[in-house]
Design a protein around this ligand. Sequence first.
Ligand code: PLP
Length: 368
Amino acid sequence: MTPHAQQTTEAARAAQTFRPGLEQIAAYRAGKPAPVGPDGRSIKLSSNENPYPPLPAVERRLAEILPAAIARYPSIAAPEVTAVLAARFGVSPENLVLGAGSVEVAAQLIHALTAPGDEVLYAWRSFEAYPILTRVAGAVPVEVPLDAAARHDLPAMAAAITERTRLVFVCNPNNPTGTVVTAAELEAFLAEVPQHVLVVIDEAYVHFDRDPDSPSGIEAFRRHSNVAVLHTFSKAYGLAGLRIGYAIASREVAEALRKAAIPFAVSRLAQEAALASLEAEAELQLRIDEMTRERQRVCEALAAAGLGFAPSQANFVWMTAGAESARIAAAFEARGISVRCFAGEGVRVSIGTPEENDAVLDVIAGLA
Ligand SMILES: *Cc1c(COP(=O)(O)O)cnc(C)c1O
């Protein structure tokens, strides 16, 4: 760039005015890339991703549709994957809305339901996209602290609902703590929530939940018209890089979400990979079962080392490390393992392949 062009750009930049409140929004903090360990290995356990390569059936399907899927716009309605999901959950296709990841669907929900100044309620600490998406929409985040067991405090959340509340997120299992609410607790909560408030059950990790007392978001949706459920292909299905997730909601809410959606956000590659994954669910289930067994192995190692953690129903474990969090995260990084550190609170470690978890166990043993 010539010095003159540079100057002009700088001047133009200085002249912009930004939306009031934008300065309060922290950029989304993505999981760090893995550092290189002493053995030359890098292990990324900071974003709760699926550690496995795509299923062969998914790779084959993607190869088949290239390059046509690149030059052409995808179908906005995505009728095939919508039909398969609707049949799978016994709902109408009209109850389904896709997005570029369930994060995009969460944004659709907030944009469709809130006016500036309306409140969006969620537990804290929870998924860090909630405050960002809420503020970007001009709505007001209301955060209710988790209880002493790092679980949603649903009675306190019910008490925090006001006339301005439009939306409540219940992240179950909760990111980053892995904890769940019980079906009875959720029902008691839903009985307290006024009809005009939409309760969104974010089930990004539902496939890893083995707690028999856990609620089914879909069941709750069937019983309550003010419940919506968010699911994603990013975690258990291993499609994080392709961006596809969906909401199941009442026809009215679903219709509103379609209006708030970004046109063509869900690529044909994402749609076809989701379809191929749904056809290969038995194969995916084997991986999911292995990850839940591996979670148990990591938890047992933490218990044996006398380190605190929350009981997890997700593909990660929350170490309740408090003031020790930074030191513990550094110990992982020294071994080439990236984890998610919330300084002063805890450390979230995703479950990887058995070999990757062996490396995690070595670090845990060293912390004992
Ligand atoms: C990972 C995650 C998502 C899913 O994100 P995508 O946009 O579907 O990749 C949604 N909710 C929570 C709580 C998550 O942790």
